[in-house]
Design a protein around this ligand. Structure first.
Ligand code: FES
Length: 189
C-alpha cells in the first residue's frame, strides 16, 4: 500500500507508534505495519469507538496452559528459545502447539497473564529470523494492539500464545525480551 510520506508521518505521530515499528532514521511506519496503523487511523476518524465498547470481555472458558503432548516419533518439530541471559533451549514439539504452552511446559519464564486470550503482552517473543516471521500468518489487530504496549517491541515481535507450530516453522528460534509488561497486574495497583 502506498501512503504519502506526510500521511505516514502524521499517523506515526498521532498514534504514538512504538519505535520497533518505525524506521529510526526517517520516523516512517515500516511497510509491514503500514496497513494496520492506517486502518486504525481511518477507523478512529470515520467511526469513533463508543466508550462502553472499548473494553472487551470474554466468556470463553479458561484454557489450561503449560500442558503439551510429546510429538509422535517422526513428527517432531523443533523450536529454540533464547532466554534473557542468552541460554538456549531446544525442544521437540508437535504441530499445533503454541509458543506460550511450549515455554510454560518447559518452565521457561513466560508469564501468559491473560491465559492466552490476547489481552496482555507477557508472552511477547522476538522471532530471530525474519524469514520465519514471514511464514507465520499476519498478526490480527488484537495482537498488534497488545504488541504496541510491549516493552522492547521489534519488527519481528509476536505474542507467543498466538503462534502455533507448523511444519514451515520447524527450526524456529525465538528470543524472550528482557522485560514484559503485565497490564493485568498494573490494572489493580
Ligand atoms: S498470554 Fe496474554 S496475550 Fe498471550
Amino acid at each position: 500500500m502506498s501512503i504519502p510520506r506526510t500521511v505516514n508521518l502524521a499517523i506515526a505521530a498521532c498514534r504514538r507508534i512504538p519505535p520497533g515499528r518505525t524506521n529510526s532514521a526517517t520516523g516512517l511506519i515500516t511497510s509491514r505495519f503500514k496497513e494496520h496503523y492506517l486502518s486504525k487511523a481511518l477507523l478512529s476518524v470515520v467511526a469513533p469507538v463508543p466508550v462502553a465498547s472499548r473494553r472487551r470481555f470474554t466468556t470463553t472458558a479458561p484454557r489450561r496452559h503449560g500442558h503439551i503432548e510429546p510429538p509422535k516419533p517422526g513428527q517432531e518439530l523443533y523450536v529454540t528459545f533464547i532466554e534473557k541471559d542468552g541460554q538456549e533451549h531446544k525442544f521437540a514439539v508437535s504441530e499445533g502447539d503454541n509458543l506460550l504452552d511450549i515455554a510454560q511446559a518447559n518452565d521457561l519464564e513466560m508469564e501468559g497473564a491473560c491465559g492466552g486470550s490476547c489481552a496482555c503482552s507477557t508472552c511477547h517473543v522476538i522471532i530471530t529470523d525474519e524469514s520465519y516471521y514471514d511464514k507465520m500468518p499476519e498478526p490480527e489487530d488484537d495482537e498488534n494492539d497488545m504488541l504496541d504496549l510491549a516493552f522492547g517491541l521489534t519488527e519481528t515481535s509476536r505474542l507467543g500464545c498466538q503462534v502455533k507450530m507448523k511444519k514451515e516453522l520447524d527450526g524456529l528460534v525465538v528470543k524472550l525480551p528482557s522485560m514484559t509488561r503485565n497490564m493485568q497486574a498494573s490494572d489493580f495497583q
